[in-house]
Design a protein around this ligand. Structure first.
Ligand SMILES: C[S@@+](CC[C@H](N)C(=O)[O-])C[C@H]1O[C@@H](n2cnc3c(N)ncnc32)[C@H](O)[C@@H]1O
Length: 281
């Protein structure tokens, strides 16, 4: 299992650069389940600091979250009331009974599941795997979901990794490493179908920006806390980081950074940063 991002350290600053996007899409998928939304028992797999749990809480019957980072769960406990059950554990082997949940949502987690090239490795020498951990997680989701339940995955496609984030063009080798860790959406749908799920919808989110108002900070890459809000930065080499930072400093001092951001925004606004798959058991 991959742990390339250090969420024990990043949990303190995570909420300064992240907001929950696509809530309407998640709720619409959950609402198509026979059980009324207000009575549904929902699980967020890889709940992190609980931003999605907090936003979904008023809409559903009861909520649980699981994450393997105690640091992230500590932040989640601060914002959630005691009725939200939080479990420290891996989503690959969940300590829940079969058919416990009406719905499962998993937001921005699956690129963390597989081993892949680290910052020290040459990404071209790494062969993409068959994504065994994604397969195992999908089987676990199937097991703990009730028949007819919804499994909503919010993840970033390979193209969105490259063009949905303005800094991706500054650190292309780190982005390649990240892409190696993640099935593309055709593979993802195949893994879901093989586990028994029916795919109801695949929708890119074109408006939401995961980093909220901090996204277009023209000096963001120079700040450690800002970089901690996106795990791609954990895959840069020292040289790639230094080169990217030099370029950002140069564009800021020459007054060209805004034009660069505007150009990158044209790409993001067409492709989005994330895509939602709604799968049904
Ligand atoms: C980018 S954060 C997303 C957190 C939250 N879902 C959100 O969108 O704000 C990824 C989270 O996945 C968790 N994670 C990664 N792999 C995991 C695994 N195998 N089991 C449990 N949690 C995992 C990390 O600890 C981290 O909190």
């Amino acid at each position: 299992m991959s742990q390339y991002a250090n969420y024990a350290l990043d949990s303190d600053s995570y909420d300064t650069t992240r907001i929950p996007v696509g809530l309407d899409t998640i709720l619409a998928c959950l609402a198509r389940t026979a059980t009324p939304l207000s009575q549904q028992v929902l699980l967020e797999a890889g709940c992190g600091t609980g931003n999605y749990l907090h936003a979904l809480h008023p809409h559903v019957g009861s909520l649980s979250g699981i994450d393997f980072s105690e640091g992230m769960l500590t932040q989640a406990r601060r914002k959630l009331d005691e009725q939200v059950g939080l479990t420290c554990g891996s989503i690959l082997d969940m300590a829940f009974e079969d058919e416990s949940f009406d719905g499962i949502t998993c937001n921005q987690v699956i690129h963390h599941l597989e081993e892949g090239p680290s910052a020290a490795d040459d990404p071209s020498a790494w062969e993409p795997s068959q994504f065994p951990n994604m397969t195992q997680f999908t089987r676990e989701a199937w097991r703990v979901l009730k028949p007819g339940g919804a499994f909503v995955i919010n993840a970033t496609t390979h193209d969105q990794f490259r063009d949905g984030y303005w800094w991706a063009a500054l650190i292309p080798t780190a982005v390649s490493r990240l892409v190696c860790r993640m099935p593309d959406f055709d593979q993802l749908q195949q893994i879901l179908r093989e586990a028994g799920f029916e795919i109801e919808s695949v929708e890119p989110e074109l408006h939401g920006i995961l980093q909220g108002s901090s996204y277009l900070d023209p000096e963001g890459p120079l700040k450690e806390a800002w970089r901690a809000g996106d795990s791609t930065w954990s895959l840069v080499t020292e040289t790639e980081l230094a080169d990217a930072q030099h370029r950002v400093e140069q564009m800021n001092s020459e007054g060209t950074i805004q034009a660069w951001l505007d150009e990158r925004e044209q790409y993001r606004s067409k492709i989005g940063q994330t895509t939602f798959i709604c799968a049904r058991k």
